[in-house]
Ligand binder design. Structure first.
Ligand SMILES: *[C@@H]1O[C@H](CO)[C@@H](O)[C@H](O)[C@H]1NC(C)=O
Ligand SMILES: *[C@@H]1O[C@H](CO)[C@@H](O)[C@H](O)[C@H]1NC(C)=O
Ligand SMILES: *[C@@H]1O[C@H](CO)[C@@H](O)[C@H](O)[C@H]1NC(C)=O
Ligand SMILES: *[C@@H]1O[C@H](CO)[C@@H](O)[C@H](O)[C@H]1NC(C)=O
Ligand SMILES: *[C@@H]1O[C@H](CO)[C@@H](O)[C@H](O)[C@H]1NC(C)=O
Length: 385
């Protein structure tokens, strides 16, 4: 602080007034130096022009660059802001990553042709046994999707370069693997996916999920929806409101408390809401402890409070709870028949853009590795890809 004040004080010094007079009486020596400087500038300019004519601009720039390193900078174009990162590996920690991912342009219209993409975000332990099915589903739709995979840090991905999953693993961090771990991983996936400005819709999936329609149908269903498909409902029972803790007020009060499936789809605006949240996160971290499960309440509640009018309040991932118990049913090879899919597609009722609809689920889980071969056989006929 001191140092910045001193020069200002100096200019108030009466001595400063006399400096203009000193200028008139410039000593001869100074004039000589000035002439010398102007002359060397002119010489440099002449040499440069000569060199540019003979050797082209680049070699001259290189010469100048090697001589005058600090003065030269790469030209900055729009490209550097809109090109997706070529490599998903970075060295940012979660705090840095979330901050970076929360950048939002304030002008709505993009000054370039932006083709909105779907970001498929896979939250996995490690292997992706159904990868070949996803590859079949995605084939021919390059440019309309991006893939992100979050696996346990100990897992070493080995996908062939021809695979859509090759090089798509994001850095996961073992040190921050705590109670909020599931939501931290989901926020990490969202934040990495937000770094690509063309990603407009973000879908959380697991390694046991499959698509139920072909790519074009799924893309249009999501693109034309007025709402994001995140499950959020007010459950008055012990597994809903019963898990609310009054210490969460005033940020969250009981009428705002929501429950919903972890497998969400959000648009870019809601994804930003999630990564930028510093208001609700500490409350859930402190006061949503078992039997309160953060991954069932945090996003549904937070998004309902911040942007409830943008939510469809339902999930687009089909899952079978009919067998009862704490975990939904897993389907293996012997389950994959046409009758099974008739059951999945039949009896669906929901609203889509405020209309009644019988097309409610775009994805389904959970499928065991043994389901892969039968799925690959039946997918063209039953799933349309
Ligand atoms: C996707 O399925 C729909 C309906 O079955 C069909 O009309 C469309 O041609 C299919 N698209 C592709 C790319 O296969
Ligand atoms: C909860 O929030 C709603 C909406 O902001 C408000 O109307 C209601 O009075 C609040 N309830 C309590 C118990 O604070
Ligand atoms: C979802 O629920 C919120 C309130 O929780 C409501 O404002 C919104 O309209 C609902 N969405 C739809 C599509 O009905
Ligand atoms: C949707 O279906 C319900 C019950 O079947 C009916 O009451 C409602 O009017 C329908 N809404 C629209 C928009 O068709
Ligand atoms: C939805 O409802 C509106 C008005 O009732 C109708 O014009 C439109 O065709 C419906 N859309 C679908 C997909 O059914």
């Amino acid at each position: 602080m001191q140092q910045r004040v001193v020069p200002l004080e100096e200019s108030k010094d009466p001595g400063a007034v006399s400096r203009t007079n000193q200028f008139k009486a410039l000593p001869l020596r100074l004039v000589q130096l000035l002439v010398l400087f102007v002359a060397s500038c002119a010489t440099f300019a002449v040499i440069s022009i000569y060199a540019i004519r003979h050797f082209g601009i680049n070699s001259v720039v290189d010469t100048v660059r090697s001589g005058f390193q600090p003065c030269y900078e790469e030209p900055n174009g729009l490209e550097q802001w809109i090109r997706p990162p070529s490599n998903l590996i970075h060295t940012m920690n979660d705090e840095q990553l979330l901050w970076r991912a929360s950048f939002v342009p304030r002008i709505r219209k993009y000054p370039f042709k932006r083709v909105p993409k779907i970001a498929f975000m896979f939250l996995t332990k490690g292997p992706m046994p159904l990868a070949p099915l996803w590859e079949k589903f995605l084939k021919g739709h390059e440019g309309l999707y991006s893939i992100y995979v979050h696996s346990l840090p100990s897992f070493e991905p080995r996908f062939p370069t021809s695979s859509v999953f090759h090089g798509r693993h994001i850095p996961s961090q073992v040190s921050e693997w705590g109670r909020m771990s599931m939501c931290d991983a989901e926020r990490r996936l969202l934040a990495n996916a937000l770094l690509d400005i063309s990603n407009e819709w973000f879908i959380l999936l697991s390694e046991s999920c499959i698509p139920l329609y072909n790519f074009s149908i799924i893309y249009h269903y999501i693109a034309k929806s007025k709402y994001s498909f995140t499950g959020a409902f007010d459950d008055p029972g012990p597994y809903g409101r019963g898990r609310y803790n009054e210490n969460m007020a005033p940020e969250v009060n009981i009428t705002q408390w929501r429950k919903g499936s972890q497998w969400f789809q959000v648009n870019r605006k809601l994804a930003t809401n999630i990564v930028q949240d510093t208001k609700f996160y500490p409350k859930f971290e402190k006061f949503c402890r078992p039997a309160c499960y953060v991954d069932e309440h945090y996003f549904p509640t937070m998004l309902t409070i911040e942007a409830g009018n943008l939510l469809a309040n339902r999930s687009i991932t089909w899952v079978d709870w009919s067998r009862g118990g704490a975990h939904p049913a897993t389907f293996g090879g012997s389950d994959i028949r046409e009758e099974f899919f008739a059951r999945v597609f039949g009896g669906q009722h929901c609203t889509y853009n405020n209309n009644n609809s019988t097309m409610c689920y775009l994805f389904a889980r959970k499928f065991a590795p043994s389901a892969l071969e039968p799925l690959l056989h039946i997918s063209t006929k039953v799933l349309g890809y």
